[in-house]
Design a protein around this ligand. Structure first.
Ligand code: LLP
Length: 386
């Protein structure tokens, strides 16, 4: 529960807005930094989870690199202080314009997803007279046991170079004079809470690294992607993911030579728990079979429940906690039936004007917001500015 002192400070504010608890962010970043640093691991923050400037500056200050998926994300990362030599650029569909921009910035590596993309980067780099650093994204065919929309490492997904193409890829690479192969890249999916998935990933990384080395190609960087999940059910009692356990898996199961670096691309685990979407009850509607709480925030501000039927903890910050609770369908104002944050949510007796917090919304929240229904631009409140 967001504490009552803070909730009182929300009283005069126009809702909805994203509230960022900068203390939770700081503690999460420190835990991740310490656990990665002591193992010599490199973390690139996945901007796609949240590219809010204020958060980005904090993440940059702790010393993490950036993982970007568009030319604009690369530009944003540079503007927020990330050094280009710490930036990776991923994505199945990089445009020529985006590639050219990233080449001029001399970024750390392009994570390349197809043979055709390799050839295009080689050609564009030759025109600029520069060398492009590349990590080859290999589809590891490991099941992430997560929602099918956020599983990326299976043969049926569009991501990465298919295993059958790798032989050809290795020979194309030898001909690409303007490409320097720095490493291999893998990513199996997001919101992964079953740590054995990461152990299976290590086994695949070892296999593919050996495969390249047997063919005389040295691999300096092993980028194992992101995907570490968070506890959506317990945002207060379990607000910081177990980074020790996570990095320890890679430390124990990734075989590596002294010159080999291990890189990660964490998004959600770093920023999800510091964010909450704060909203007000507009109406309480007693339907035939249901009680509805109609909020002033909807799927336009937080899309995850509508898109993935994702669970987010919902709290009433204004009502008095009682033993008894009522079940509400908590919905937004958007003209779509999927505009629902939760069904049969137990909450204290709630009324018009009550403040509602939708928790664990710091990752894939404001970045996926839209102006559908010509909604207002999203607002923000940061705990250290209250
Ligand atoms: N690296 C690559 C190549 C990725 O595709 C992703 C996420 C990440 C790193 C960061 O993953 P994370 O550590 O955040 O799990 N919108 C969805 C999540 C989409 C994730 C896409 N890729 C959601 O709201 O759950």
């Amino acid at each position: 529960m967001i504490n009552t002192d803070i909730a009182t400070k929300f009283a005069d504010r126009e809702t909805p807005f994203y509230y960022y608890d900068m203390d939770v962010l700081a503690r999460t970043l420190e835990a991740a930094h310490e656990a990665s640093q002591k193992r010599g691991f490199h973390v690139h923050y996945a901007l796609k989870a949240n590219f809010n400037d204020v958060l980005l500056k904090r993440i940059q200050e702790i010393g993490f690199g950036a993982d970007c998926v568009s030319g604009n994300e690369v530009r944003k990362a540079i503007e927020c202080g990330f050094t280009p030599q710490n930036i990776t650029f991923a994505g199945v569909g990089k445009s020529d314009k985006e590639i050219n921009y990233a080449l001029t910035q001399q970024i750390f590596a392009f994570n390349v997803e197809s043979i055709q993309e390799l050839e295009v980067i080689n050609e564009l780099a030759s025109k600029q007279g520069v060398k492009a650093n590349v990590a080859l994204r290999i589809n590891p065919n490991v099941d992430a046991h997560t929602h099918h929309y956020i599983t990326t490492g299976l043969d049926e997904n569009k991501f990465g170079v298919p295993n059958a193409d790798l032989e050809k890829c290795a020979s194309v690479l030898k001909k690409c004079e303007f490409i320097e192969l720095v490493g291999l890249h893998f990513h199996v999916g997001s919101q992964i809470t079953d740590m054995t998935v990461f152990k299976s990933l290590c086994v695949k990384v070892n296999e593919w690294k050996n495969w390249f080395e047997e063919r005389g190609t040295q691999i300096r960087v092993l980028n194992v992607g992101g995907g570490l999940g968070i506890d959506y059910k317990n945002p207060d009692s379990n607000s910081i993911p177990d980074f020790e356990a996570y990095f320890d898996i890679f430390d124990r199961f990734l075989e590596r030579k002294p010159y080999q670096e291990v890189h990660f691309e964490l998004g959600r685990a770093l920023v999800a728990q510091c964010g909450s979407l704060i909203s007000r009850v507009l109406y309480v509607k007693n339907g035939v079979k249901k009680n509805f709480l109609v909020l002033d925030a909807g799927m336009t501000e937080l899309m995850r429940p509508a898109l993935y039927q994702a669970y987010h903890k919902i709290e009433n910050l204004s009502a008095v906690e009682t033993e008894e609770s009522l079940n509400y369908d908590v919905v937004g104002p958007i003209c779509e039936s999927s505009d629902c944050f939760g069904k049969e949510v137990p909450l204290p007796d709630s009324g018009r004007g009550d403040l509602i917090a939708i928790r664990s919304a710091g990752a894939y929240g404001e970045v996926m917001a839209s102006r559908y229904n010509l909604r207002e631009e999203i607002r923000f409140v940061y705990s250290d500015q209250l």
